[in-house]
Structure formats: structure tokens, C-alpha cells
Design a protein around this ligand. Structure first.
Ligand code: AMP
Length: 426
């Protein structure tokens, strides 16, 4: 089904085609007509499904068709996203898709971590569409830099992540300032109870669209799990990059410090690698993404928060150098590869201490990933009391990939001592 048959104006269909979208994805086919009608939408879709264009195209059209006072611009559409990278990307998508409209909307993208002044300047005279992270939006509202009392459409993008990142309170403050009459579009990759409650609070008789992760829109992501000792992961990563001739790799680590260290070690081994985390300036982060896209950087070593919004059309390999804390993070991480019809590979390093955690990730996804060993990197570590340490929350993983949150109890220690005695070890 081509774009125009969804009810989109020629200027928007033309922009979609110009962006390389030949036919609507599943979520676009379902969401665009409903959004054009003014209906609320609940989209359960992974990143990579085309959800950004699914809300951008019809909202641009609704903006273009809305009567407005040109002299006093009011925010027509407010898009809330969890991270600055995603904000920048959504803003860019809106700009590209709206470029052929007779009158172009004024789009403001605002996020934290950079000076507030240029953003306040950009908002002078108002904006038609604002894409914002919740914290910075509140700062700007507190400074009277914009008013959201007349918003016609609200989008919560990656709602699960907004809640994961602790934005619940900010969201409630923002919602309280919005008019009761508005269209609400809610997108989330997962639908845990907190997300469900927020959706129920916001949405009014929504069209529910669920895009299965197994559909062609989130294609072919092959998952591999390699058993390796914690201390040998950097060498293994280096070996795989060279041996498998991986040209572009996004490797996830647990901390900013680890991102720096691993990138540094790879660089010393002759691989163009850069860290990517929240302590870097926005300018540096933008540069790293640009270098990665232009193939000047081969490996980006990133933390979850920073990598959330990276959208690289061709990202063949994602490596879980440290396993993610939660299953949600795992889904988001591997969703960075295999986007828009490409096939992708997600490789997880599984030291013995992370085996139980990885099993939980497999269980929650309802799949089983065979364990592999790479010649020359066979692990020698064994999990400390792996059979007796109960698994706590999925968020309880230590930076080195182990499980924290439960120290061995006295009983555990006695059991270990007994096991050692039985094995004749001191
Ligand atoms: P999203 O799920 O919004 O993060 O989009 C994932 C990727 O799919 C982006 O790189 C888009 O440019 C691309 N995309 C969106 N819609 C289409 C489409 N209809 N056909 C091909 N690619 C698309």
C-alpha cells in the first residue's frame, strides 16, 4: 500500500519517498490513518519499526491543516522523548518529512546537557512543534520560555524508557499543564505495569497497534552468546573485530569509565574506537556519531543511556560487552542493529559470573541462545557459588557483568566451604 493511499498529502508522501521509504511499514500503515482522524494511538513497537515516521507524517499534516494565528504561535505538537540523541533524531525526521509543506513548521528541539540560552532564543516567538526531554522542558517552562496550554497533540516516545530513566514525576508535572482536549500518541517497546498505568491515564479510546518483534520490521537479528572470562573481553572484542572483519560495531558497557578504558585499549591495538557516554559534551557526542556514520570510527563503546538514540542505518553488529541490567535494555540494545530491513548480529559476552543473568534475559525473551567458545579465549573462571546465589532483580548486575545485590550469606559461605572440603581443596 503506497503512502498516498493512507490519506497523506502529496507533500508528505513525496518527502517519505524522498527519505527512501518505498512503502509504509506495518505500524505506519495502521497508525497514519488513525492519527489523521484524530484518534489516540497506543503503539507497542520496537525501535526500528518506523514508529517515528508513523507519528511524524500524520502530525505534520494535522499541523498543516490546523487553523492558527500566525502572529502568536502556540505549540501545536509536543513530543517527549527520553534522551537528547532521540530528541535530535526525531527533530531531524520531522524536518525532513515536513520540508515540502507549503508552510514549514517551526520545530524546536530542546534537551539537557547543553546551555539553555540558545534554546530559549530558539523558542522566542513560539514554536509549532517542540521535541523535548522532560527535564529540560520543565526548566524552560519554569523560565516562561514556552507555553504548552494549547497543545493539540502529545507524543510520548519510548515511554518505557522515559519511566526507566526516572522521568515519572516530570511527566506528571508536564501533563498537568496540558489542555484536557488533545490527541495522545503513546509508543513503547515494552508494556510493563508502570507503562500500562501511564497509558491508561493518558489515552482516550486508543487504537492499539502491536508490532511483533518477529515481524520483518524488526528483522533478522541473529543472537550469539560467547563464554569468555571477564578479564579477556577486550582482547576477544579486538579479535572478533579483526577476524570477522566487522566494519562498524556498537559495543555496550556498564559504565562511563568502562567505555573510556575499553575504547582506549582498542585504540592502542590499532582499532579506531571512541567512547560514548553521558559525561561527554554534546558536541563530542555528535562528532562521534558523525564519525561512526562516516566510517571514520569503527567501534563505538557506549553506555546504555547515551546509546539510546543512536540511529545508524547500517549497523551490522552490536556487542554486549557487559550484559545490560534489564531485559528491556537488552531489547533496546539489540534493536540498534537490524534496522529498517537490514539483518543484524547481536553478540553477548557471557562470563561465568553473568551466566545466571543471561539465562534470565533468555527466559524473558522466550528463547535460548547456544553458548559458544572461541578458540584461544576459552574461559577458565567459574561462577562463585553460582548454584546457590539466588538471582535478584534483573537490574542488579555489577559493572563487570556479575550479579550484585546479594552478598554470600553465612549459609552460602558454609556451603562453599563444605563443597571445597568435599573436593579436597583448602
Ligand atoms: P524508527 O523505528 O522510527 O526508529 O525507524 C527506524 C528506521 O527505519 C529509520 O532509520 C527510518 O529512517 C527507517 N524507516 C522508517 N520508515 C520507513 C519505511 N517506510 N521504509 C523504509 N525505512 C523506513
Amino acid at each position: 500500500m503506497p503512502f498516498p493511499s493512507l490519506g497523506l498529502a502529496p507533500a508528505l508522501s513525496q518527502a517519505a519517498t524522498g527519505a527512501g521509504y518505498l512503502a509504509p511499514t506495518e505500524i505506519q500503515g495502521a497508525a497514519i490513518p488513525a492519527i489523521l482522524r484524530g484518534q489516540d494511538v497506543l503503539g507497542l513497537a520496537q525501535t526500528g519499526s518506523g514508529k517515528t515516521a508513523a507519528f511524524s507524517l500524520p502530525l505534520l499534516q494535522r499541523w498543516a491543516e490546523a487553523p492558527r494565528h500566525r502572529s502568536r504561535r502556540t505549540v501545536h505538537t509536543l513530543v517527549l522523548v527520553p534522551t537528547r540523541e532521540l530528541a535530535a533524531q526525531v527533530g531531524e525526521t520531522l524536518r525532513i518529512l515536513g520540508q515540502h509543506l507549503h508552510e514549514r513548521p517551526k520545530i524546536a528541539v530542546v534537551f539537557g546537557g547543553v546551555s539553555v540560552n540558545p534554546q530559549m532564543m530558539a523558542l522566542r516567538g513560539g514554536a509549532d512543534i517542540v521535541v523535548a526531554t522532560p527535564g529540560r522542558l520543565i526548566d524552560l517552562l519554569d523560565h516562561n520560555a514556552l507555553k504548552i496550554g494549547n497543545v493539540s497533540a502529545l507524543v510520548l516516545d519510548e515511554a518505557d524508557r522515559l519511566l526507566d530513566l526516572g522521568f515519572a514525576e516530570e511527566l506528571q508535572r508536564i501533563l498537568a499543564l496540558l489542555p484536557a482536549q488533545r490527541q495522545n500518541l503513546f509508543f513503547s517497546a515494552t508494556f510493563v505495569p508502570a507503562v500500562e498505568a501511564l497509558a491508561a491515564q493518558l489515552l482516550n479510546d486508543p487504537l492499539r497497534i502491536e508490532v511483533e518483534a518477529t515481524e520483518a520490521t524488526v528483522p533478522d537479528i541473529a543472537q550469539r552468546a560467547i563464554e569468555v572470562d571477564t578479564s579477556r573481553r577486550t582482547q576477544l572484542l579486538r579479535h572478533l573485530v579483526q577476524d570477522q572483519k566487522w566494519t562498524r560495531v556498537l559495543a555496550f558497557v556498564a559504565t562511563k569509565h568502562a567505555a573510556e578504558i575499553v575504547a582506549d585499549k582498542l585504540r592502542k591495538a590499532g582499532i579506531e574506537a571512541e567512547p560514548f557516554h553521558g559525561m561527554l559534551s554534546q558536541g563530542k557526542r555528535t562528532q562521534v556519531v558523525a564519525d561512526f556514520k562516516a566510517s571514520r570510527v569503527q567501534v563505538v563503546v557506549a553506555t546504555d543511556l547515551a546509546a539510546r538514540g543512536i540511529d545508524i542505518a547500517q549497523l551490522p553488529v552490536v556487542v554486549n560487552f557487559d550484559l545490560p541490567r534489564s531485559v528491556t535494555d537488552y531489547v533496546h540494545r539489540i534493536g540498534r542493529t537490524g534496522r529498517a530491513g537490514e539483518s543484524g548480529l547481536a553478540v553477548s559476552f557471557v562470563p561465568a559470573s553473568s551466566e545466571a543473568h543471561f539465562r534470565l534475559i533468555e527466559k524473558r525473551q522466550g528463547l535460548s541462545v547456544p553458548r559458544e567458545r572461541i578458540v584461544g579465549f576459552e574461559p577458565v573462571e567459574v561462577a562463585m557459588a553460582a548454584s546457590t546465589t539466588p538471582l535478584t532483580a534483573p537490574g542488579a548486575q555489577s559493572p563487570n557483568g556479575g550479579i550484585k545485590g546479594k552478598r554470600p550469606s553465612k549459609k552460602d559461605k558454609l556451603r562453599e566451604a563444605a563443597a571445597r572440603a568435599a573436593a579436597g581443596k583448602p
